[in-house]
Design a binder for this molecule. Sequence first.
Ligand code: CMC
Length: 428
Amino acid sequence: MSDFAEIILDGKSYKMPIVVGTEDEKAIDINNLRSESGYITLDSGYKNTGATESAITFLDGEEGILRYRGYPIEQLAEQSSFIEVAYLLIYGKLPTEEELEVFTNEIKIHTLVNEDMRKILDGFPSTAHPMGILSALISSLTAFYPESLNPNQSKDEVNLTIIRLMAKLPTIAAWSYKNSIGHPVNYPKNKLDYCSNFLHMMFAYPTEDYQIDPVVVKALNKLLILHADHEQNCSTSTVRLVGSANASLYSSVSAGISALWGPLHGGANQAVIEMLEQIKADGGDSKKFIAKAKDKDDPFRLMGFGHRVYKNFDPRATIIKKAADEVLTALGVNDPILDIAKELEEAALTDQYFVDRKLYPNVDFYSGIIYRALGIPTDMFTVMFALGRLPGWIAQWKEMREQKEPIGRPRQVYVGEKERNYIPMNQR
Ligand code: CMC
């Protein structure tokens, strides 16, 4: 293998170093290309651009491999807990029993949010989407912890912000739901584990006893683990980009939440269920919708299909599909949209259009089905994704800061008007 790439421009040769990752991933380092040749590279959507060297998550889209800090997602989903995976992502190693206990307890003592946050929450109309509320409230944490705005905080101070975020996001997420249905909010119960506490804040009512179902807790742990990180995707790149301007962790994560909200990214889990409902309401003919998805004049896309990086299968989808079957059986759920989902999946997987473009069901095709079975309302699905992705965003932000990465600032090729003189209004 060569040590450099040779690029010939205007008859002159430029040598660019080759960078090789631990999994033999190869990249051409073009850092000096512009200063030496005047050329930039053009790659809309950053489909082929490495924005950083990262030691957090390894993903091979062709082989369907996903590993956090080297550990296969299949093993973590089966044997670990979400909090342990969060520790692994953020601090780079599996915790000892004692380290996990300290981390868990630190999170527990910070689960309350300032009562003034409820006033902000009260200001939102009932039509507000919980993702908008979540993004706004996470950003507003800077008002309660203004010291977090200092980009030169010590390691311990940054760690406190990390713990506060991990602790408060479930509380804020559950409160945004309670607020949207006009119910009183539930305060965290710190004797409960992370997932059980979230379920308590979401589903307990002052008028009834709420029993936490271990099947639901296990499924939730798995879902959150599967979503915990996915290297340089749209929301994570947003978190790193915003953080690269020395913005606080709260503001960076708030921006990540907004990016995740989009239906082409995390919003897809909500869009999948809405699509399945739409097909059901239309008479249940999945073939008609497959035809719509293939029609280039129709903006309709099969939500939950396709992925920017996975081109054979999404390993998270394989795990989640099995989990969906287990959860639905254990909870005795018989959901008619499940039949439509199965029909759609079968039809799409054998259709030449989808086969040619390597469009397979992604994680979000199934996650919405489980969330629905767990009783999570549709517009909270993407909030669940955010809850899972939080440790990944934190780990990526922390890595970006520790590597002292420069402010992110892409270039462009300008294709607008050349210089021209201003025309006064009466001459236009
Ligand atoms: N339905 C119909 N056609 C599709 C779909 C789809 N879901 N996805 C891609 N295509 C077609 C697309 O029209 C294009 O066709 P052609 O080559 O004839 O122009 C081709 O497949 C390649 O599509 P692309 O838009 O260039 O692919 P991309 O890598 O830019 O987009 C994607 C990836 C996930 C945005 C896209 O597949 C999509 O819109 N899927 C539906 C939304 C979705 O499920 N998103 C969740 C992703 S998983 C959660 C996460 O990690 O964020």
